[in-house]
Design a protein around this ligand. Structure first.
Ligand code: A2P
Length: 282
């Protein structure tokens, strides 16, 4: 008789079958258009808060050869660089090649994650300043979900303002809860510090459903509403730094507004006053 090795919990763990596979640990659906999920973090992966990686699933088999190719898209890492897992915040596009499938992932499933983080929404791409603005629309909140949980964000500035514009109130919920938890969660409070968190201002707006503050952030900046609401004189290259993440149109419109205030676009190799990244769509 052969001696049988008992199946322990450790030996029962699923062996990764995909290249660069990571295992989904949790999934949360926020609306019928939005969900977030967490996956295991490759032991070797180091990244700067605000960066993105390519993630995805295997595509459908080729009709003739049966071969499958990975279907990958750029996703901002929504978790901070110190977190032991990785978090992502995604739209669900019903006919989107990737998100039509990705929205069905469950804990225990595997996704592909190429461990090569890059991106411009990083502190290194900005010159020192006094006030930091994060401008997000929709899932463009994701890189800021990372940066808002990074102590450096508060240590480097006197004031941090996050604006988030969504179509309706339910779409603000991921960001709203995350910001609320910065102050409620004991671990976050200890890590970031109460004094640092006092520097943070949250400015949510909606465009298609009634809420306390309505309108596109671009409109509210142009007509001065944001400044009146926050008791700020305006934006200037001397004091203000900004990071922008939204749709292509939003990015173009905000670039124009920020440059109108005299801010110049920075990069990792050439830090300046503001940086922009397109939120993943599709
Ligand atoms: P709107 O409802 O007026 O289109 P989406 O869910 O389509 O990605 O949009 C997210 C939010 O970004 C919506 O509130 C949308 O407003 C807003 N938005 C879209 N394009 C722009 C833009 N060019 N400038 C400012 N806000 C924009």
């Amino acid at each position: 008789m052969t001696e049988q090795t008992p199946v322990t919990e450790a030996s029962a763990v699923k062996v990764p079958t995909l290249p660069d596979a990571q295992t989904v640990t949790s999934v949360q659906h926020w609306t019928d258009r939005l969900f977030s999920f967490r996956v295991t973090r490759p032991a070797s992966l180091r990244f700067r808060s605000g960066e993105f990686v390519m993630i995805g699933l295997m595509g459908d088999p080729h009709p003739e050869t049966g071969k499958q190719k990975p279907l990958l898209r750029a996703y901002s890492i929504a978790s901070p660089s110190w977190d032991e897992e990785l978090e992502f915040y995604s739209i669900k596009v019903q006919n989107g090649p990737l998100t039509s499938k990705l929205q069905h992932i469950q804990p225990g499933d595997e996704i592909i994650l190429r461990p090569k983080p890059v991106g411009t929404l990083v502190h290194d791409a900005l010159l020192p300043g006094k006030r930091l603005w994060f401008f997000a629309t929709g899932t463009g909140f994701a890189p800021f979900a990372s940066l808002l949980r990074d102590p450096q964000t508060y240590e480097d500035y006197d004031q941090v303002i996050i604006t988030h514009t969504c179509r309706d109130v339910a779409e603000l919920e991921y960001g709203r809860q995350l910001i609320e938890n910065l102050r409620k969660d004991e671990m976050m409070l200890e890590l970031l510090g109460e004094e640092n968190l006092a520097k943070l201002t949250y400015y949510p707006t909606t465009t298609r459903e009634e809420s306390p503050k309505m309108g596109r952030i671009t409109t509210l900046l142009k007509d001065g509403t944001v400044f009146a609401d926050l008791g700020i004189e305006g934006i200037s290259a001397e004091t203000d730094r900004a990071m922008v993440c939204g749709s292509m149109d939003l990015n173009i419109d905000l670039k124009e507004i920020l440059e109108g205030f005299g801010l110049e676009e920075g990069a990792n190799s050439d830090p300046k006053h503001y940086v922009v990244e397109k939120a993943f769509v599709g």
